[in-house]
Design a protein around this ligand. Structure first.
Ligand code: CTP
Length: 420
């Protein structure tokens, strides 16, 4: 019999007090109806590694939808059911969302399809997952609270920093898992074992028949992590890049230039929310006879579409802004462009240092432009509402960047002098 491992201490250390209490409550409710209940997947992995993760997924041996309803009856909140997948999302009154599934088997009609779902056991459920490190559960019923369920030696693989698939067809059934393997490698500084790496290589072509939004979803997560360039290089080693962008080779230097400019210019918080990830795709696709337009297939929202369009525009532009001497003049041309679009342009063009530095200085300074005056100030000066407003407000920003004005008073004097 394998050694029984309990993770109660880790749960106390790495879960919030509220979530720990909640899991205990959920376990007791499961006891009432004789269900076994577990937390499962990424949160278990992260507890073992020693990282906080508040993303709770629960599996019950029983009907997940019924159990979600029981939780809502007893603990409040609302339930959204997904009958087809025999799963439910329970929104706790604290707004925390918890996914509840029935232990199940997923089988795929054809590679890269969405899974069909049949009821089955916990072991089957865990076996269908991507990697051993993600295929563990922790029981939360009162008498077994904290007990690790580890049929496939995920615990050992974590200790050995290993990413390992559970079965040979894993990547064929879901080629986006290759992107996930690379994500976990880079995130945890783990490595695929040889067999998993070989399976990734021979399954790489299957990504070509996977839907673009599914690929985009995984790619966006991968490229928003800390090591996007290393991840892309690794995807190159696996040979999957060819099936994503149509060519083997890509210019790592451009990717690195982009990354270091982002780190230098984009504040951390903004960086995580911004669309920098799509710029890596733009750089990759620019290698394939300038087919940047193809990136649009991977744009999941209007923001990423906008950034892609802007980069194309900047490349097509006569680029006179490079010749400008003042930051104000540059602002005239570039004020509507997102920071990441301009940074991507610098990287793609491999701009000479003097030009790159000028644009860098502009991007750094423009984040600090204060709102010296607004529309009300202009109305007070009896200027009629209309297109002139935007023009004047822009002039004021440009003058500020050029250090010609410094205060609200300066701005108002300038308007009076030039427009009244
Ligand atoms: N999963 C899978 N195959 C996929 C996607 C997900 O087997 N293509 C499984 C994994 O076992 C994973 C679980 O579903 O643990 C939940 O997926 P997700 O929330 O995407 O992954 P996490 O492991 O929680 O990753 P993260 O920490 O980045 O949220």
């Amino acid at each position: 019999r394998p050694l029984e491992i309990t993770l109660i201490d880790r749960m106390k250390n790495f879960l919030s007090i509220e979530n720990l209490q909640l899991l205990k409550q959920i376990g007791k409710l499961a006891d009432q109806i004789n269900y076994s209940a577990y937390i499962i997947g990424g949160i278990v992995r992260d507890l073992i590694i020693g990282r906080t993760n508040e993303d709770i997924d629960i599996v019950v041996e029983g009907n997940g939808i019924d159990f979600a309803n029981l939780l809502a009856e007893n603990l409040g909140g609302t339930v959204r059911c997904h009958e087809k997948f025999a799963t439910a999302t329970w929104k706790h009154p604290s707004r925390l969302k918890i996914d509840i599934t029935s232990a199940r088997t997923e089988y795929y009609d054809y590679p890269a399809a969405l899974p069909n779902v049949e009821m089955s056991s916990l072991k089957e459920d865990l076996f269908r997952r991507d990697f051993t490190i993600n295929a563990m559960a922790i029981q939360i019923n009162e008498d077994h609270f904290g007990k690790l369920i580890d049929y496939f030696h995920g615990f050992n693989d974590i200790k050995q920093n290993k990413i390992k698939v559970l079965y040979n067809l894993s990547f064929v059934e879901d080629p986006t898992r290759i992107l996930r393997a690379v994500r976990f490698e880079q995130r945890f500084n783990f490595k695929m074992d040889q067999q998993t790496f070989d399976l990734a290589m021979i399954s790489a072509d299957k990504i070509a028949s996977t839907s673009k939004p599914r690929i985009a979803h995984e790619l966006s997560i991968l490229l928003k992590e800390k090591h996007p360039v290393e991840s892309l290089v690794r995807l190159g080693e696996i040979g999957i890049i060819r099936y994503l962008i149509g060519t083997h080779s890509f210019n790592v230097q451009k990717l690195k230039t982009f990354k270091s400019l982002v780190d230098e210019i984009v504040p951390l918080q903004q960086n995580q929310n911004s669309e920098t990830w799509v710029c890596y795709l733009v750089i990759l696709f620019s290698e394939t006879e300038n087919e940047i337009e193809l990136v649009k297939d991977y744009c999941l929202n209007n923001e990423s579409l906008k950034v892609t369009d802007q980069i194309v525009e900047l490349l097509d532009d006569n680029q006179n802004f490079l010749k400008e001497d003042t930051l104000g003049a540059i602002h005239h041309s570039l004020k509507n462009y997102q920071t990441e679009s301009i940074i991507c342009y610098i990287a793609l063009m491999q701009l000479q240092e003097c030009f790159a530095n000028k644009l860098k200085k502009y991007l750094q300074n423009r984040t600090q432009i204060p709102k010296l005056i607004d529309g009300n100030d202009l109305l007070n000066l009896n200027i009629e509402k209309g297109p002139l407003f935007a023009k004047i407000l822009l002039e004021i920003e440009c003058a500020y960047l050029n250090q010609e004005i410094h205060s609200k008073e300066d701005a108002i004097s300038k308007v009076k002098r030039e427009y009244l």
